[in-house]
Design a protein around this ligand. Sequence first.
Ligand SMILES: *Cc1c(COP(=O)(O)O)cnc(C)c1O
Ligand code: SF4
Length: 442
Amino acid sequence: MKQASEAPNLRRYGAEHPAYKSYSLHNYRTIPQLDQLSEDQLFAIEVVGRVFPFKTNNYVLNHLIDWDNVPDDPIFRLTFPQKGMLRQHHFDQIASLLRKGASKAEITQAANRIRLQLNPHPAGQLEHNVPVFDGERLPGIQHKYEQTVLFFPSQGQTCHAYCSFCFRWPQFVGMDEHKFASREAGRLVDYLREHQEVTDVLITGGDPMIMRARLFSRYVDALLQADLEHVRTIRIGTKSLGFWPYRFTTDADAGDMLAQFERIVASGKHLALMAHFSHPAELENDVVRTAIARIRATGAEIRTQSPVLRHINDSAEVWAEMWRQQVNLGCVPYYMFVVRDTGAQHYFGLPLVRAWQLFKAAYEQVSGLCRTVRGPSMSADPGKVQVLGVSEVRGEKVIVLTMLQARRHDLVNMPFFARYDAEAVWLDELRPAFGEEKFIFE
Ligand SMILES: *Cc1c(COP(=O)(O)O)cnc(C)c1O
Ligand code: SF4
């Protein structure tokens, strides 16, 4: 096998070896490109950034955002707080505190009150998915669907930049104190030994690729050395290809990370990077393309996913182009999600019917190799619910749904029906069709 760690094609994008530089509320005024924003726009960042997390970096600023197109640029909206993300009365509360020079504590208190009204813990993540083992809760582990265990290493619970829509926003603003985090690969191994039904371990965050290679290897080596035959696949959920592809090119330990990928593949397990891309702009430069090529040279596979987001990627052409580019680069389109019922859903969310129309219009335009993608899918409490489309059954207009994943595995791939509703943006707004009282999962 070609050794990706030996970097065959690093020269492709010149001599650029930038150091990671991050920007958040305390230093964003030093971003030179922001000079073009009005005082009102800057103030909106200040206000909304008190409630939602905000972090960006020099790669996003210099390679992804088209500054001629700001404030409408999709990557600008993806990483910078936007006025519409707060409802007007919430915006006004924070704005007036800032204007009258309120204390930091007072502002934080107001921000926390607002945050609690924004459904910080959707889909029962904290209550229902954390397993109990030997009488003890394992907070760094979630096990919802039989085959797949999620693992949240504690040092992987941040990201190279924050997506403004992120459903994990409470942990980035300090509400959760990284409640999911676990330092203990040992507990994970013990748990997996007792759960022979598990085939996949998904290491996630935040973004586990924020970790130094040495630390990441400690977790993975523990897993590999445990020699768990039933665990066939290691998945890594990551946004690093979108937000910091130097992770796999010129970062000091890029080669070490790729070498670790090679060791996973050499152990006989399948390695899948679940890469989060929200817009084709994230695929259109030599840094990310080189990173993708180097990862693929390790024998790892890259599967891609994103929610569909108003103001960012609510266009069939954008999705079709994104899937085509991904296939062209050797990645496998995997999921289109519906934005979750938390945080600024009122800003990013689309009606389910609209999301399906958009998915269909994009799907129609692409070849079968792009149609590995599934969606639009809601990660809701009962499972991943896919909107299959709109139909009419005996004179009643309905939304046809199915479950891509379900807590109750007998419900996987079961079709079911909701009354047509052009406005509903989430599962809990739908009602069963045909006068029935309950959905199949209730
Ligand atoms: C999506 C998801 C998975 C993985 O599901 P796949 O369909 O196998 O990709 C696992 N656990 C949780 C909690 C999830 O939301
Ligand atoms: S990269 Fe993922 S976890 Fe991090 S902010 Fe974006 S959506 Fe959230």
